[in-house]
Design a protein. Structure first.
Length: 247
């Protein structure tokens, strides 16, 4: 008569997030598992533990642009340490870091070293402009500058002296040849200057008044209002054409 076992034993599937034999929650999972002899199955479960800020994956690792070394504590079933966003080099910002407007250079991230390499340097202003890193055309010039890394686009164009004045350009200086007044270069469109030249005896530059001003105008007079508050009252008399600029 044969003596032996009848039947068979089958390895039960591992619960989600479990490894080993007997099963235990794997790295990155928390929970507890207990084998039930009567039920011939595991009781309990394993839950995926969220990664710390700046980390991703399984097990969690610090992601790009963050530095740190995470370790799994099997006893507390949690990650120790943290991931810290790496500061940008000087004159750079953002995530990932890039050179600020007005600065040129190449910034690269090292996944192994967890640091940025490269540098940003001040980009020179185009001819006729100044004020780096926020370059702007000089007073009296038409400004078409715009930043498109790694350099400035556009340029600065000299504005001609207005009617009634002489000079090579507004930026270089204009002198009234008709009447009285003055031409003062500015950075503000559309004229890029304040003031005007008027007929003798009538000033048409009201940029210095702060309350109200009255004047009788003649044909051809040009009114240019600068940084003025208050109001103006003009009597046109026999004028047929008067140009008024309001900024």
């Amino acid at each position: 008569t044969a003596v032996g076992y009848i039947g068979s034993c089958t390895l039960q599937p591992f619960p989600v997030g479990a490894v080993g034999l007997p099963c235990q929650c794997a790295t990155g999972y928390s929970g507890s598992l207990v084998w039930s002899v009567p039920a011939q199955s595991y009781l309990g479960s394993c839950q995926l533990v969220s990664c710390p800020a700046g980390a991703t994956g399984l097990p969690c690792r610090c992601q790009q642009y963050y530095s740190g070394m995470l370790a799994w504590n099997a006893v507390t079933q949690s990650y120790s340490s943290a991931c810290t966003l790496v500061s940008c080099p000087t004159f750079a910002s953002g995530t990932p870091c890039t050179c600020n407007p007005g600065y040129s250079g190449a910034i690269a991230w090292g996944n192994v070293s967890q640091v940025y390499t490269g540098a940003c340097s001040l980009a020179g202003c185009p001819s006729g402009s100044s004020g780096a890193p926020n370059c702007g055309c000089n007073p009296g010039q038409n400004n078409s500058l715009s930043w498109a890394s790694p350099a400035w686009n556009g340029g600065c164009a000299d504005m001609p002296c207005p009617t009634g004045s002489t000079g090579t350009s507004v930026a270089a200086g204009c002198t009234c040849s008709v009447g009285t007044g003055s031409i003062v270069p500015t950075r503000f469109p559309p004229l890029f200057y304040n003031g005007t030249c008027g007929r003798p005896g009538v000033s048409t530059n009201y940029a210095t008044f702060s309350s109200s001003y009255s004047a009788t105008l003649a044909s051809g007079d040009v009114i240019s209002e600068g940084n003025t508050y208050g109001s103006f009252v003009f009597s046109f008399g026999t004028a047929s054409t008067v140009t008024i600029y309001i900024k």
